[in-house]
Design a protein around this ligand. Structure first.
Ligand SMILES: NC(=O)c1ccc[n+]([C@@H]2O[C@H](COP(=O)([O-])OP(=O)(O)OC[C@H]3O[C@@H](n4cnc5c(N)ncnc54)[C@H](OP(=O)(O)O)[C@@H]3O)[C@@H](O)[C@H]2O)c1
Length: 288
C-alpha cells in the first residue's frame, strides 16, 4: 500500500520504520527535512510537502505535536486539504478532541475520510510495535485503517465517533500526568528526610502504590537523567486540552488543574524539552 507519514519526530520515526518493515511504501514528510531524510536508507520516499504526500498516498498518517501543527499540515499553503487525491487521514497526534472534531467535519465535507487514532505508550513501545491505539471515527474507516494500525501497535480499541479516541487519550493522560507529579512530590519528601530514591522505589513498587509509570520512569529519577522520551511540554499541552474539554461540559478537574500549573511552572523553569519525569527537578528546586 502507498502510505503517507507526516511528522518524523521521536514517535514518528520508529512508527514510520515499522510501516516500511510491514512491506508498505512510505511517502514521508517532516517540517525539518533532515529528520525525514533518516528514513531514506530504509526505503522511504521523501516528499516536499504534506500535499505531495497526500497526492501519492491512499492513507496518510499524521504524528505531530499539537493543534497548531495539525492545522498547518492539513490546511497550510501546501497542506493535505489542497490535494486532489482524497484518502483516509489517520491523525495519531495528541490534539484537542474539540479541535479534532472540527477538523473531521471540515475534511469529511470536502471528500476526505478522517479518524483520530492517538497512541498510548512511548518511544520503546513504538519501536517494539507495542503501542495501544484508541480510535474515533466511522467504523468503516476504522476497519480500513486496521491493517496499518496493526503494524504499529498491539492493542487497538474502537472508541466511537470522531473525537472519542482523543477523549480516551485525555482520560489516560490525566492519570499519567497526575501520577508522575504525585510520585515526584512523595519521593522528594522522602529524600529530604534522608531516604534514598532506590529504597523508595523498592518499597513503593512492591505494594499497591506501585505503577507502570513509576517502573518506566524510575531510572530517570534515580539517575537524575531526563533525556526525553515524552517531553514535559507535551503533557502540559495534553492537560490543557483535557481542561478545555472539561470546560465544554462544565465538568470539574480540580486536581488536574493544579497538576497542569505545576507542569507549566516546570516549563517556565526551562524543562519543557526534557522528559515528563523532570517534574521531579521542579519539585526539588521549589523545596530547597
Ligand atoms: N513521545 C511520547 O512518548 C508520546 C507518547 C504518546 C503520544 N505522544 C504524542 O505524539 C505526538 C508526537 O510526539 P513526539 O514525541 O514524536 O514529538 P516530537 O519529537 O516533538 O515531534 C513533533 C513533530 O511535530 C512536528 N511539528 C511541530 N510543530 C509543527 C508545525 N507547526 N508544522 C509542522 N510540523 C510540526 C515536528 O516537526 P519538526 O521536526 O520540524 O520540529 C515533529 O515532526 C504528540 O502529540 C505527543 O503528545 C508522544
Amino acid at each position: 500500500m502507498e502510505i503517507g507519514f507526516i511528522g518524523i519526530g521521536q514517535m514518528g520515526y520508529p512508527m514510520a520504520k515499522n510501516i516500511l518493515s510491514c512491506g508498505h511504501r512510505v511517502h514521508a514528510y517532516n517540517r525539518t527535512p533532515e529528520k525525514a531524510e533518516r528514513l531514506r536508507e530504509f526505503g522511504a520516499i521523501i516528499e516536499k510537502s504534506p500535499m505531495d504526500v497526500a497526492e501519492n498516498s491512499e492513507k496518510i498518517i499524521i504524528m505531530v505535536s499539537n493543534n497548531e501543527a495539525v492545522n498547518e499540515i492539513l490546511f497550510g499553503e501546501r497542506g493535505i486539504y489542497h490535494s486532489k487525491r482524497k484518502g483516509l487521514v489517520m491523525d495519531m497526534s495528541t490534539i484537542s478532541p474539540i479541535f479534532s472534531i472540527e477538523v473531521a467535519n471540515r475534511l469529511k465535507s470536502s471528500g476526505f475520510r478522517y479518524i483520530d487514532s492517538p497512541v498510548i505508550g512511548s518511544v520503546p513501545h513504538a519501536e517494539r510495535r507495542e503501542l495501544n491505539i484508541v480510535v474515533g471515527g466511522e467504523i468503516a474507516d476504522f476497519n480500513e485503517a486496521l491493517e496499518i494500525l496493526k503494524c504499529l501497535g498491539k492493542n487497538i480499541f474502537y472508541m466511537g465517533k470522531n473525537g472519542y479516541g482523543l477523549i480516551m487519550k485525555m482520560v489516560n493522560n490525566i492519570i499519567l500526568g497526575g501520577t508522575m507529579e504525585i510520585i515526584s512530590e512523595a519521593f522528594n519528601l522522602g529524600e529530604v528526610f534522608g531516604l534514598t530514591r532506590e529504597i523508595m522505589y523498592s518499597v513503593v513498587s512492591s505494594g499497591s502504590a506501585g505503577s507502570k509509570i513509576l517502573d518506566f520512569k524510575k531510572d530517570n529519577i534515580i539517575n537524575d537523567e531526563y533525556e526525553p522520551f515524552f517531553k514535559l511540554s507535551h503533557i502540559t499541552k495534553d492537560l490543557r486540552y483535557a481542561i478545555d474539554l472539561s470546560n465544554s461540559k462544565n465538568i470539574i478537574l480540580p486536581t488536574t488543574s493544579i497538576v497542569q500549573e505545576m507542569y507549566k511552572l516546570s516549563m517556565r523553569m526551562g524543562h519543557g524539552e526534557k522528559d515528563i519525569s523532570s517534574i521531579y527537578l521542579t519539585i526539588k528546586n521549589l523545596s530547597d
